[in-house]
Write a protein that binds this ligand. Structure first.
Ligand SMILES: *Cc1c(COP(=O)(O)O)cnc(C)c1O
Length: 366
């Protein structure tokens, strides 16, 4: 006879999860702090979104609209997409969990790329499925490696395009090539959290591929360019049958009223979003060039962050730089959990923040 179990035990796979480690938000010193650890925007949220959030405070006693109709309609107007094919979630993280819940289970494999976003293994393991990792070439998604890793057990592929933390992207003909070679029952998740920042002619977020196929979804977020990370708003565009499935399993009130109202106002404030993209277009290359000029290797990025690789020399490695920056009130992200212990991810900040990063790392490497 088996010994009696003395306390509840989670399902297989749960205790294999390394909890996601968010970027730090505090440093020890006094004075102005530059938080460049979570790819948040330095420009705050649209004043119109903030006003809508305040107005929503008047009706906190009522349950929100479970269909987030105002927000889905606003996204529909801004993008030309049918609101019927949009699902909103408590951040795109929730949508990734819902996809895993619906399409992955024990014995199935969820596939992603070597330096892919670390939420993917969490959502895969959370449902008892097996994470499978395809190697990258030059810190970039390798479509052939992904395809080589597809087995009869593969049910979902998670692809961040652009990817966090590498900042790299694959051109859309590569995404199409990946999709074309997949068995039709595999769900391809295109996580386009940074799509609004990309300024490349060969990039597409995935809207067309979703519209023209039965097994592709695109996820988007209000946490990055819209500056609403604190409200937790994500959305997914997918085929009717997948939208129907996700609507069955999501919490009936998974979006708060203030989030619905602020999100709708934010997506309509195109001037604000344009200015945010412009700020990034100026500072992404300046920050990259500034750090390359002092001898760091900076991976080419199309997002609102860069990945900097440090020298393999005592006192000059990424952990040393991280400590030095922290002492100068600059918080960036260590990449140990991604298997990149000698890299730091640095979010593009305000002009003042970016200049402070370059100045501090110049001192550090001297
Ligand atoms: C920031 C980020 C998200 C957004 O997550 P939310 O839950 O919407 O805040 C999604 N995917 C990637 C790759 C990200 O970097």
């Amino acid at each position: 006879m088996n010994a009696p179990i003395s306390r509840p035990v989670p399902r297989p796979g749960i205790l294999d999860i390394d909890a996601y480690v968010p970027g730090k938000s505090k440093a020890s010193g006094a004075g102005k702090l530059f938080k460049l650890s979570s790819n948040e925007t330095p420009l705050g949220a649209s004043p119109k979104a903030i006003a809508a959030f305040h107005a929503a405070a008047e009706t906190l006693e009522f349950y929100p609209d479970g269909g987030a109709t105002v927000l889905r309609n606003a996204i529909g107007r801004a993008t030309g997409l049918s609101p019927d094919r949009i699902v909103c979630g408590c951040g795109s993280d929730e949508l990734l969990h819902l996809i895993a819940q619906a399409y992955l289970g024990p014995g199935d494999e969820g596939l992603y790329s070597e330096y892919g976003f670390l939420v993917y293994p969490i959502v895969i393991r959370a449902v008892g499925a097996t994470p499978v990792v395809a190697p990258e070439k030059n810190y970039r998604t390798d479509v052939d490696a992904l395809l080589a890793a597809v087995t009869a057990k593969t049910k979902v592929i998670f692809l961040a395009n652009p990817n966090n933390p590498t900042g790299s992207y694959i051109p859309f003909d590569e995404v199409r090539r990946l999709h074309a070679a997949l068995p039709p029952h595999v769900v391809l998740v295109l996580d386009a959290a940074y799509a609004e920042y990309v300024q490349k002619n060969d990039y597409e977020s995935g809207i067309e591929l979703v519209s023209s196929s039965d097994n592709v979804v695109m996820t988007r977020t209000f946490s990055k360019i819209y500056g609403l990370a604190n409200l937790r708003i994500g959305w997914l565009y997918g085929p009717d049958h997948i939208v129907d499935v996700l609507d069955r399993i999501r919490g009936p009130f998974n979006m708060t009223g203030p989030a619905i109202a602020a999100g709708a106002a934010a997506v309509e404030d195109r001037e604000f979003t344009r200015a945010a993209a412009e700020h990034n277009a100026i500072w992404l290359p300046k920050l990259s060039a500034g750090l390359e000029a002092i001898g760091l290797t900076v991976l080419p990025s199309v997002g609102n962050f860069i990945l900097a690789l440090f020298p393999d020399e005592d006192g000059k490695r990424a952990p040393d730089a991280d400590a030095f920056l922290l002492a100068h009130n600059i918080i960036v992200r260590r990449m140990d959990s991604y298997g990149l212990p000698n890299a730091l991810r640095i979010t593009v900040g305000s002009a003042q923040a970016n200049e402070a990063v370059i100045a501090a790392l110049t001192d550090f490497l001297r």
